[in-house]
Design a protein around this ligand. Structure first.
Ligand code: ACO
Length: 168
């Protein structure tokens, strides 16, 4: 299926319900090989309170990717040096949406003087970030609701030189 390249725009308050839906669909449809259904449900429930979810998105630098005008994914930068969220709708994966969002956050962070960008990566997104030059630093277990979920802290040097040789 050939579609146009994603466009990016900043988050607006009215976007919260749509991004909450993208967040939940992305988790429930795309992460099942790496997390149990109970873990997926606990993770996706973080957007159940749309007002709180929207407040979090508004408090970070949040970008929305659109295809033909329709939002299909989003990513956020927490502070100057931490990618907090990256979620693409299942109907839009594999079309460069995640890459376009990450490219933009890396450029913004770099322009702000950030030398090392960090991200706590789901097992599902590990290869995506590794391909982009992120290197695994440590494994983590985080509690969400009643569930424990594993992720990996990764980092990338933003001066154009990726740190080689990482493993997860
Ligand atoms: N495994 C291996 N390679 C992958 C994967 C994967 N799961 N996903 C993407 N890639 C590769 C693509 O093949 C492509 O490679 P290429 O440049 O050699 O062609 C490259 O990564 C870029 O792919 P995109 O099409 O830009 O990625 P996409 O738009 O599909 O988004 C993402 C990837 C964000 C991981 C998406 O699958 C997703 O939303 N997953 C579920 C939610 C999730 O786990 N999000 C991350 C949580 S951690 C956090 O938020 C920081």
């Amino acid at each position: 299926m050939s579609r146009s390249a994603p466009a990016l725009r900043p988050y607006l308050a009215d976007d919260a319900p749509l991004l909450a839906a993208i967040f939940a669909a992305s988790i429930m449809d795309l992460t099942g090989d790496d997390y149990s259904e109970a873990q997926q449900e606990a993770w996706a429930a973080a957007a159940d309170d749309e007002a709180a979810f929207g407040k979090k998105l508004a408090g970070q630098l949040t970008l929305i990717a659109t295809l033909q005008g329709a939002p299909v994914g989003f990513a956020s930068l927490r502070g100057a040096d931490h990618i907090d969220m990256l979620y693409v709708h299942p109907s839009a994966v594999g079309q460069g949406v995640g890459a376009a969002l990450c490219d933009a956050l890396e450029k913004i962070a770099s322009a702000r003087g950030t030398k090392t960008l960090k991200v706590d990566v789901s097992d599902t997104a590990l290869e995506f970030f590794r391909k982009r030059g992120y290197v695994a630093q440590q494994r983590n277990s985080v509690t969400i609701g009643d569930e424990w979920l594993a992720n990996t802290t990764m980092q990338k040097t933003l001066d154009g030189v990726a740190t080689p040789g990482g493993h997860a």
